[in-house]
Design a protein around this ligand. Structure first.
Ligand code: SF4
Length: 485
């Protein structure tokens, strides 16, 4: 057991200070240091030293799970203090499921002529926001498929109507793949991708778009992305979209979906690109009021009802030799240069991530992403209780009360939590629950007897509703993945 300095756990900050904190990344590396040395990791935790990609990979593979969790927790406490962990009340609104892309991990998309294809009307969208406001919600997360039938004016009018009816609701909307398709659908003027993005994004921002969610990040490495994200933008386009948002003063989040065909080095490479582009955004735009990545959220791939989910698990085929590395690990390179030809079964085998792989990956993200303020727990995919445990593995935020979710629930996982339950999970983990806004400013710290969870006398009613419902699914027949190209 390494030495974990007591001062890291005794730290205490006022709530106000925590809310205003920004993250300053260190510029110093110590590539020759013993990565699992306590003195070295103490410097990482206190923000004096930055992990290299190689060191992050070593920690992932070599450090026992709980030990890794303790270091990630120490880093989280250094940034966010010992007292408060946050949540937001927002609503996921998926305005259309019509999509030109064919991501192999997606069970949500439809072609425009399918019987259950939909696009919400303005009235339906506004009614959903009204319900959100009624329960004290402050933000909508609005993403859709990439629907070629919707012109730019449809989005501008939608945002205008939202802001005129609900001026205080924060609109966190349209992920980078949607923006890249907007460029293709709307053909805006501009010599470069950045010019075109700036043209479209400026108009949407003026109409009411407040910030940009990090959907569609998946895994950036080209070999993986080409296999799983058919028709979706590449890493460069994704990162460029966020850079333009930062230039225009909007904050964004970043995401990663792992536990499929990728290697562990691909996960580190993904985080490394986010860290590099965050450095650039802060250096280039922060002094003029620019935005930045405020949060990173990662979650394991949900397999049900998806083409990718029908790929065999590694070891399921008699020809798989488990004494050899997983194909994704053979292909993956820390600089993202892996090529699919490095393993004949690459893309045809998945390695699903369970709770420990999730916690390990999240802990690494907290230690590695030294220039990102918030790490979000993914209880939506992992379930409330692992989501709660994640607060001890580097996460400072429990994300949102879930009124509605359509994308991962299409892939077989449905968890719904109300505000009292979310607060109770945070409190039972040893923290004060606090409602935040999109900027991570604290709106309400639930310290008194009127806290949402402390007002509940009888939890049996909530228990009866179940925290976690998994849809029953037909048995999955293992087949080779044939949709890759
Ligand atoms: S994940 Fe998004 S972009 Fe990909 S097919 Fe599904 S809806 Fe379309």
């Amino acid at each position: 057991m390494p030495f974990l300095p007591g001062f890291l756990f005794a730290r205490s900050r006022s709530w106000d200070t925590i809310a205003r904190m920004t993250v300053h990344a260190p510029t110093q590396y110590r590539p020759d240091a013993n990565t699992i040395d306590a003195a070295f990791l103490t410097d990482v935790v206190t923000g004096h030293i930055r992990l290299t990609s190689e060191q992050a990979l070593t920690l992932y593979h070599d450090m026992p799970l709980h030990e890794l969790g303790r270091w990630a927790d120490a880093r989280c406490r250094h940034l966010h203090g010992d007292h408060i962990r946050t949540y937001v009340i927002d609503r996921n609104i998926n305005y259309t499921n019509v999509c030109t892309a064919k991501c192999t991990f997606c069970a949500f998309r439809r072609d425009g002529d399918e019987h259950d294809a939909y696009t919400l009307s303005y009235d339906e969208l506004l009614a959903k926001i009204e319900e959100l406001v009624a329960i004290g919600g402050t933000q909508i997360l609005m993403q859709g498929g990439m629907n070629p039938e919707l012109p730019l004016n449809w989005y501008l009018e939608l945002l205008t109507q939202i802001k005129s009816r609900f001026p205080k609701v924060h609109v966190h909307a349209f992920s980078p793949p949607e923006f890249i398709e907007f460029i293709s659908f709307f053909d805006p003027p501009g010599a470069t991708l950045e010019d075109k993005l700036r043209y479209v994004m400026t108009q949407l921002h003026a109409a009411g778009l407040d910030s940009v969610p990090g959907g569609g990040g998946e895994i950036f490495a080209d070999a993986v992305r080409r296999k799983i994200g058919l028709g979706k933008c590449d890493a460069e386009a994704w990162l460029t979209t966020m850079r333009v948002a930062h230039e225009l003063g909007m904050n964004t989040s970043a995401t990663m979906m792992f536990g499929h065909i990728e290697g562990i080095a691909d996960r580190i490479h993904h985080m490394d690109l986010i860290r590099q582009w965050q450095d650039r955004s802060i250096a280039d735009f922060a002094k003029d009021g620019g935005g930045r990545y405020k949060a990173f959220i990662s979650w394991p791939f949900q397999r049900e009802n998806t083409p990718l989910g029908r790929a065999k698990e590694w070891g399921q085929s008699q020809s798989d030799d488990l004494s050899q590395p997983f194909p994704g690990d053979v292909v993956a390179k820390l600089d993202g240069s892996g090529v699919k030809s490095d393993h004949p079964e690459f893309g045809r085998r998945v390695r699903l991530a369970g709770s420990t792989a999730y916690l390990r990956t999240q802990a690494i993200s907290r230690l590695f992403l030294d220039n990102i303020y918030s790490i979000g727990s993914s209880w939506v995919t992992m379930g409330p209780h692992i989501g709660q445990v994640a607060l001890g593995y580097g996460a400072n935020d429990m994300g949102s009360v879930m009124m509605e979710e359509n994308v991962v629930s299409s892939a077989g996982t449905t968890y719904c939590l109300n505000e009292p339950t979310l607060c109770r999970l945070i409190r039972d983990a040893g923290f004060l629950p606090a409602q935040r806004n999109n900027e991570y400013n604290l709106l309400k710290v639930h310290a008194g007897p009127d806290s949402p969870d402390l007002r509940i006398d009888d939890w049996s009613t909530l228990r009866a509703q179940r925290l976690h419902t998994e849809q029953s699914q037909p048995a999955v027949t293992a087949v080779d993945l044939t949709v890759s190209k």
